[in-house]
Write a protein that binds this ligand. Structure first.
Ligand code: ADP
Ligand code: MG
Length: 322
């Protein structure tokens, strides 16, 4: 469902990697099992390293796509993962192999699956869990932005969990569309999934770190309501919803969370990128640090939450190690 790039795809691509790409046969080193997910050009399979018994996720990336050599894109994805190596919220790259058709990235296994499943499920997460996951996502995004990297494909399918129930910690995956900012000139590209991308992408306007913050707003909306805020009946309608920032804040689901949740999302789903808060600024939003949440799990019995409580100096600022 990705759109074709209209811009120079080479803009912002990284070319240097440290991880060797081994040509040793994968099957002799790993036992491959079930499929964990797949996209247009990649299949991800669960596998076990024979020597250690450790579980990994093997991402098979096709070297040729639409008759074109895409090795540079794969190298770029590896380079971004390497740049983010010290970022605990980003999945770790363990090793890389090459087969006839693919380059295979051996990634840290995120056993909890996609947070998409938490949005699509009947039972929505308690607010305290949502804010914890959003905090972790913002921590990861903040560190990426500090390295001048933008992810550009943040969505509930690309935020995974270390364990499922209760939800573990988040791991950001899928750096295929990630770009480095500020290298040569400005970055304009049309990419991502319309439902989740910011208006500036659809309008072919310059991309900045603020583009990722839009997506964090979409993810927060989906975790709170279980609905995708801009999804229309077709692509045209979705585009229109995004470019007009047509968001429904009246959903019943919002009555089960504190009003600070709506305030947080409203600050991110803003058309002008320069008016969105940075990841670091978001991290000091009171919604993410409040300790008392709406306690009713039953929407029918939902009471209005306690609002604007003092959250103690300890929580007033983002953690110092950011
Ligand atoms: P694509 O570029 O095709 O979207 P992704 O990197 O997003 O590829 O992987 C596709 C899907 O595979 C993810 O949405 C997720 O469900 C699963 N997946 C990817 N990486 C891992 C991982 N490290 N651990 C567990 N599942 C993964
Ligand atoms: Mg993906």
């Amino acid at each position: 469902r990705r759109l074709d790039s209209r811009g120079g795809l080479s803009a912002g691509l990284l070319g240097e990697i440290q991880t060797p790409i081994s040509t040793e046969p994968l099957e002799s080193l790993y036992d491959m099992s079930g499929e964990l997910g797949r996209g247009k050009f990649a299949v991800v399979k669960r596998c076990v390293e024979k020597a250690t018994g450790k579980v990994f996720a093997a991402k098979f990336l096709r070297k040729r796509r639409r008759g074109r050599d895409c090795r540079a894109e794969v190298i770029h994805e590896m380079a971004v993962l390497e740049t983010a190596r010290n970022n605990a919220r980003v999945v770790n790259l363990h090793a890389a192999y090459e087969t006839d058709h693919d380059i295979v990235l051996l990634l840290e296994f995120a056993a909890g699956g996609e947070i998409f499943d938490l949005c699509a499920c009947d039972e929505l997460l308690p607010e305290a869990q949502i804010t914890r996951l959003i905090r972790q996502t913002l921590e990861g995004v903040h560190l990426l932005h500090q390295s001048n990297l933008v992810h550009l494909d943040l969505k509930p399918q690309n935020i995974l969990l270390t364990s499922p129930c209760p939800p573990g910690d988040i791991k950001i995956v899928d750096f295929g569309l990630a770009r480095r900012l500020g290298a040569v000139g400005e970055l304009r590209e049309i990419l991502g999934t319309p439902e989740y991308v910011a208006p500036e992408i659809l309008n072919y306007e310059p991309i900045t770190t603020a583009t990722d913050l839009w997506s964090v707003g979409v993810i927060a909306y989906m975790l709170v309501t279980g609905e995708s805020p801009f999804a229309g009946d077709d692509k045209q309608e979705t585009y229109l919803n995004v470019s007009q920032v047509n968001v429904d804040y009246s959903r019943e689901a919002f009555s089960r969370v504190s009003e600070l949740a709506v305030d947080f999302i409203r600050k991110l789903l803003v058309k002008a990128p320069e008016d969105r808060p940075s990841a670091a600024e978001c991290l000091s939003h009171p919604w993410l640090w409040q300790q008392q949440f709406c306690l009713s799990p039953e929407p029918a019995a939902a009471t209005r939450p306690v609002r604007e409580r003092s959250c103690g100096a300890k929580w007033a600022a983002p953690p110092e190690d950011l």
